[in-house]
Design a protein around this ligand. Sequence first.
Ligand SMILES: NC(=O)c1ccc[n+]([C@@H]2O[C@H](COP(=O)([O-])OP(=O)(O)OC[C@H]3O[C@@H](n4cnc5c(N)ncnc54)[C@H](O)[C@@H]3O)[C@@H](O)[C@H]2O)c1
Length: 321
Amino acid sequence: MRVLITGGLGFIGSNLARRLVNLGHSVTLVDSLTPEYGGNIHNVYDIQDRVAVNIYDIRDSLLLRESLKGVDWVFNLAGQTSHSDSMSNPFTDLDINARAQLSLLEAVRLVNPEAIVVYASTRQLYGKPQYLPVDECHPIRPVDVNGVNKLAGEQFHLLYHDVYGVRACALRLTNTYGPGMRIKDSRQTFLGIWIKRLLTNESIQVFGDGKQLRDFNFVDDVVDALITAAATELSYGRVLNLGGNEVISLAELAHKLTRLRPNSSWETVPFPEERKKIDIGDYYSNYRLANDLLGWCPKVKLEEGLLTTVQYYRQNLSKYL
Ligand SMILES: NC(=O)c1ccc[n+]([C@@H]2O[C@H](COP(=O)([O-])OP(=O)(O)OC[C@H]3O[C@@H](n4cnc5c(N)ncnc54)[C@H](O)[C@@H]3O)[C@@H](O)[C@H]2O)c1
């Protein structure tokens, strides 16, 4: 397959690229490498000779149109991922997570309507869960601008399927972690900054009482789901939740992490006011639909995934600070 990955130098995109080139596919990555986002050229250090890399912003619709010509699969992963930044800079989030998604689909419709498009959506758009585990029928009530814009981006994919027959689908990812994630701050996920603090001998800070429940996916499991979704006709036109195989409180998670490094510690601290307003409380997914349609379920245990991740950052820390 000829494959295009938007956001391909980011955390999930680069892991996906590695898997795809190892499977023998021809892979092109598009990424803006905007410093505040998760793109990092080191993410592809081992496959740099086996992928084509185009550095540009997907808000440039003409360049995007050129990249889309002749590709079989598009993994649409480019996005602004910071919830806080979406509140302080809502229009940038709108431009990238909603407007640029629409222009990508317009380009697909015009230059390559045969392409299969898989979009990385998010559990964030459910907002504060009304019941657990959260399935795809759960009401949608985003708690931040990012959630609203990601919802628009996702729904454009479904609309282009329904109206124009584009074979597009969306996976709603839960917290994903693994080698290649941004750790220098909490823009991508709180787990990133936790790992940085763990490795730089600072205490991990857990906001609130640490009792909030979450589920997690190791990135390899998400890569499995993305590729299977592209290859499975049953997924086209649908939204599928991904989810973890363990539910864990943030305090327990911090405790697990500190067990991986001697003399490390964690503490609870009060929620910063701007974070509290957009916190979703407890969340974990029901991913039965992905299991039914794709045969997907997460395989990597949290202990194992955390160990792999911490080992990676021990060896590559300077590239991510
Ligand atoms: N990591 C998670 O836990 C998680 C959870 C839910 C959803 N998602 C979604 O998965 C996708 C990938 O996330 P990730 O965790 O790999 O984040 P990431 O920040 O590492 O990857 C996103 C990539 O997109 C690039 N990008 C951003 N704006 C761009 C633009 N305008 N033009 C070109 N490139 C641009 C960034 O440089 C970055 O490399 C995102 O759309 C995100 O919303 C991730």
